[in-house]
Design a protein around this ligand. Structure first.
Ligand code: KIV
Length: 291
C-alpha cells in the first residue's frame, strides 16, 4: 500500500481541492456526538474538535485549562458522529510545546485513540520543529497564527493581533513558515481583513479564517457561538444564526412548569401494564385492586 501523503496540499486533499476550485471551505467546531452529526448533516467540509471546548463545554476561563484526556473524550464522541469528512483534533496546551517526542506522542493519541485525520497546534517559531516532527511521523498538521488562545491567560486578552506593521509582518511570516514546514491548512485568527487576505494570497495550502476577513479560502466558527448556545460577550467576528441558549432555557422552563402543575407526564407518556399482572401484584402486596 502507498503510504499516505501527510504534507502540504496532499495531506487533506478534499480541502485542497476546494481551494483549487475557489470554493469557500466550511470548517466548524464540534465537541460531542450530536454536534458532530449536525456539522456533517449541515454540509460542513471539515470539523475541528477545538480546545475552545474548555470555554464552551467545560466552563474554564481559558483554553489553557483543558487537559488531554478531556479533549480526547470529546474528540472520540465527535469522530463517532462524523463519517465522511475530516476531523481535526486540537492539541491542548502543554501537550506538544516541550519536545518533538511529546508533540508526536500527543498527536498519535489523537489519531490512534480518537480517529483524527489531522491535528492542530498553535504558533510557529519554536513550534516549527514540532510541526515537522508530527508530519514526519505521518500525521497531517493544521497550523494556527494570529490570536493564539493558548497564549491568553485572562479573558481580556482575546484581542485582535497584527494591527501594527511589525506584528502583522511576523504573522504573515509565521503563516509562510508553517506552509514550508508542511502544514496542510493554516488557521488565521483575529487579524485585520487585509492581513488575512495577504496570507491567503501568499499560501498555496488552504487558509481558514476566524475574524480574518472574507478573502481567506474558508471560514471557521465555534459551534456554540454561531448557534448562540451559551452566555457572555461574543467576539466581533461572531455571527449568531440561532438563539439556542434562550430557546433551551424557555423549553426547560416550560417543562418545569408542566411538572409543577402535574401537566407532565400525560398518560400517553408512560408505560401501561396488563390488568392481570397488576391484579397479581396488588394481591401479592395485600393491597386493594385499583377501581
Ligand atoms: O479551539 C478552537 O475552536 C479553535 C478555533 C477558534 C480555530 O482553535
Amino acid at each position: 500500500m502507498t503510504p499516505r501523503t501527510v504534507r502540504g496540499e496532499d495531506a487533506l486533499p478534499s480541502l485542497a481541492a476546494l481551494r483549487r476550485r475557489a470554493a469557500p471551505i466550511v470548517m466548524i467546531t464540534a465537541y460531542d456526538f450530536p454536534g458532530g452529526r449536525i456539522a456533517e448533516l449541515a454540509g460542513a467540509d471539515v470539523v475541528l474538535v477545538g480546545d475552545s471546548a474548555a470555554n464552551t463545554v467545560l466552563g474554564y476561563a481559558t483554553t489553557r485549562e483543558i487537559g488531554m484526556e478531556e479533549l480526547l473524550i470529546l474528540t472520540r464522541a465527535v469522530r463517532r458522529a462524523v463519517r465522511a469528512i475530516p476531523v481535526v483534533g486540537d492539541l491542548p496546551f502543554g501537550s506538544y510545546e516541550g519536545s518533538d517526542e511529546l508533540a508526536v506522542a500527543s498527536a498519535r493519541r489523537f489519531v490512534e485513540e480518537a480517529g483524527c485525520d489531522a491535528v492542530k497546534l498553535e504558533g510557529a517559531g519554536e513550534m516549527l520543529p514540532r510541526v515537522r516532527a508530527i508530519i514526519a511521523a505521518g500525521i497531517p498538521v493544521v497550523g494556527h497564527v494570529g490570536l493564539l488562545p493558548q497564549s491568553v491567560t485572562s479573558p481580556d486578552g482575546y484581542r485582535a493581533r497584527g494591527r501594527e506593521a511589525e506584528q502583522a509582518l511576523a504573522i504573515i511570516a509565521d503563516a509562510s513558515a508553517l506552509e514550508e514546514a508542511g502544514c496542510a491548512v493554516v488557521v488565521v485568527e483575529a487579524v485585520p481583513s487585509e492581513i488575512g487576505a495577504l496570507i491567503a494570497e501568499r499560501l498555496t495550502v488552504p487558509v481558514i479564517g476566524i475574524g480574518a476577513g472574507s478573502a481567506t479560502d474558508g471560514q471557521v466558527l465555534v459551534y456554540h457561538d454561531l448557534l448562540g448556545y451559551g452566555e457572555g460577550r461574543q467576539a466581533k467576528f461572531v455571527r449568531r444564526y440561532a438563539a439556542a441558549h434562550e430557546l433551551f432555557v424557555d423549553a426547560v422552563q416550560r417543562w418545569a412548569a408542566d411538572v409543577r402543575s402535574r401537566g407532565f407526564p400525560s398518560s400517553d407518556e408512560g408505560y401501561g401494564i396488563d390488568p392481570a399482572a397488576l391484579d397479581e401484584i396488588m394481591t401479592s402486596l395485600k393491597l386493594p385492586r385499583p377501581s
